[in-house]
Design a protein around this ligand. Structure first.
Ligand code: GDP
Ligand code: MG
Length: 166
């Protein structure tokens, strides 16, 4: 009846903002500095009539410290393995980056189900990034604005049929 959703993606795309919105409490750290959240956080999420567990992950650090990068990758892989569904988030304003491609590869190999979200999707500045997201080959991207609460109906529409399977 219930499932676990892991929000994964590189730092600063808006994972914790979405986590906070789904959980309704400020459990995860949100900061303007990329990579502030460096652990896994679990919360009880609600979206419409769906109830599920959501995991907020730190992304793959782009820092030069290789051991940190390795740790972040391991953390993401741990979250992917814990999750029934992964929500892979990119920043629609930036478009698809090489780091996003690394994440996409991990998810293609490892995740049971992937939902692709192009966040920061409010406004015309996100148009090109949303189109680019199709190129990841992970299905139709959801145009999301975690900060403004836009696109959550589309997230629901992709989650609901999968939720029925659990
Ligand atoms: P994380 O590192 O992936 O967890 O990203 P955060 O949730 O900490 O967000 C990073 C930054 O992006 C913060 O300054 C957020 O306010 C901002 N942000 C998150 N979602 C959106 C969005 O939908 N639109 C815009 N414009 N900014 C957002
Ligand atoms: Mg975060």
């Amino acid at each position: 009846m219930s499932f676990t959703l892991a929000i994964v993606g590189r730092p600063n795309v808006g994972k914790s903002t979405l986590f906070n919105r789904l959980v309704g409490k400020r459990l995860a750290l949100v900061d303007d500095q990329p990579g502030v959240t460096r652990d896994l956080r679990e919360g009880a999420a609600r979206l419409g009539d769906l109830r599920f567990t959501v995991i907020d992950t730190a992304g793959l650090e782009e820092a030069t410290d290789e051991s940190l990068q390795g740790r972040m990758r391991k953390l993401t892989e741990r979250a992917v393995d814990m999750a029934d569904i992964c929500l892979f988030m990119i920043d629609a304003r930036t478009g698809v980056t090489p780091t996003d491609e690394i994440f996409a590869e991990i998810l293609r190999k490892r995740a049971k189900h992937v939902i692709l979200a192009a966040n920061k999707g409010e406004g015309r500045a996100a148009d090109a990034g949303v189109i680019e997201a199709y190129g990841l080959g992970l299905g139709e991207p959801i145009r999301l604005s975690a900060e403004h609460g836009e696109g959550l109906n589309d997230l629901y529409a992709q989650l609901q049929p999968l939720a029925d399977a659990f």
